[in-house]
Design a protein around this ligand. Structure first.
Ligand SMILES: *[C@@H]1O[C@H](CO)[C@@H](O)[C@H](O)[C@H]1NC(C)=O
Ligand SMILES: *[C@@H]1O[C@H](CO)[C@@H](O)[C@H](O)[C@H]1NC(C)=O
Ligand SMILES: *[C@@H]1O[C@H](CO)[C@@H](O)[C@H](O)[C@H]1NC(C)=O
Length: 343
């Protein structure tokens, strides 16, 4: 645990470094209506129209689109911080574990699961890029399972899981593109931000990055991991401020999962990837100004927190699909809240 004083110090350092960049980004984006707003208003109309059949959706959208409601931006900011408060139902022989938001939270903040239709309306016309290691791949799988019909999602799996390769999928009817970029090391992510995306004709609308497990296994050095994270944050901020066309992408950081050391499947993993080193790696994520709460570019998708509650891993490191389904819905609801804040 980091002391409160150290946290304040880190925060101050981050603010000094990144607030000017953040303001520049905000200034750019202010003049453009966010791409979600159009889609959401359409979906609001559709949702209201279909309300007897879609009980959750109108609630989500109305709750998040009440510009006149008192202190809506401060309450949406606090809702953002409550997104990870999911509860797990116990597994039984007949049912797998399932996640949910406590009903009170869901109703105060308007959190909701999205149906395929809602998700494709929310993401209409957008480009989602997820880059990282096998966790990132599992998040893409959750996305495909929601966006595509079950047969198409099943057909996509062998290609998605081809070892160490990139993957592209599209939902042409909605103009949605999904890219998975195999980037197990931090240097791969920095390069993606500094070179590949810098040269691309447009930036992704949603960018999810995450890595660390390979570094933990192969380098086993938390402070070097921290240096690499700082380089990623610099590259992400530079990409943001260099974009000719606002708004800048929504950026998420996919956190490290909880590791169940005795279940890890090789001697090297069991020797190197213990709780002590995991905590040291997590601390670097907290201290290197990469997260929005410290003035950095990324909103954390806290896989560690979610996976500690689930107890649903076959190998101590990768978790059942239900975890990445929760991660994806946290991301969607964060996008709705953020779109609301930016309009
Ligand atoms: C989806 O986006 C396309 C452009 O990519 C636009 O023509 C269409 O009207 C949008 N549909 C909805 C439902 O927002
Ligand atoms: C990722 O980075 C490592 C270390 O810098 C490098 O050896 C590897 O080729 C890179 N992989 C990809 C897919 O870019
Ligand atoms: C945890 O792993 C590190 C290397 O990653 C090792 O130096 C340390 O001794 C291990 N600690 C325990 C308690 O096993």
């Amino acid at each position: 645990m980091v002391s409160a004083g150290a946290q304040v110090g880190v925060f101050a350092a981050c603010v000094v470094l990144f607030v000017p960049m953040g303001l520049a980004g905000w200034h750019l984006s202010r003049n453009k209506v966010l791409f979600f707003s159009g889609a959401l208003f359409v979906s609001l109309a559709v949702g209201v129209h279909l309300s007897p059949y879609l009980p959750s959706l109108p609630h989500l959208l109305i709750a998040s689109f009440h510009p006149t409601s008192p202190s809506s931006s401060s309450s949406s900011a606090s809702c953002l911080s409550l997104l990870h408060r999911v509860t797990w139902s116990p597994a039984s022989p007949a049912t797998a574990r399932a996640w949910s938001w406590p009903p009170s939270l869901a109703s105060t903040c308007g959190f909701a699961r999205l149906t395929r239709h809602d998700a494709s309306t929310l993401l209409n016309g957008s480009w989602i890029m997820v880059a990282g290691d096998s966790q990132a791949r599992l998040l893409v799988l959750a996305l495909l399972r929601l966006l595509l019909d079950p047969a198409a999602a099943a057909a996509a799996e062998p290609d998605l899981f081809r070892r160490h390769s990139d993957y592209h999928a599209a939902v042409p009817a909605r103009g949605i593109s999904v890219d998975f970029i195999w980037a197990p090391f931090e240097a791969n992510l920095t390069r993606l931000l500094r070179e590949d995306l810098r040269l691309a004709p447009r930036a992704p609308d949603v960018l999810v990055l995450g890595s660390g497990l390979w570094h933990m296994l192969h380098a086993t050095d938390a402070s070097r991991y921290g240096d690499a994270l700082a380089a990623i944050a610099d590259a992400a901020n530079a990409l943001r401020s260099s974009l000719p066309v606002p708004p800048p992408p929504h950026m998420f950081w996919l956190g490290l999962p909880h590791l169940v050391n005795p279940m890890l499947n090789t001697d090297a993993k069991r020797a190197r990837m213990n709780d002590t080193i995991l905590q040291a790696y997590d601390r670097e994520v907290d201290e290197r100004c990469i997260l929005r709460r410290d003035g950095g570019p990324f909103l954390l998708l806290d896989v560690g927190k979610l996976t500690r509650g689930c107890e649903c891993t076959p190998d101590g490191m990768h978790y059942d699909g239900v975890v990445y389904d929760a991660v994806m819905h946290i991301m969607f609801n964060a996008l709705v809240i953020e779109s609301q804040q930016r309009i």
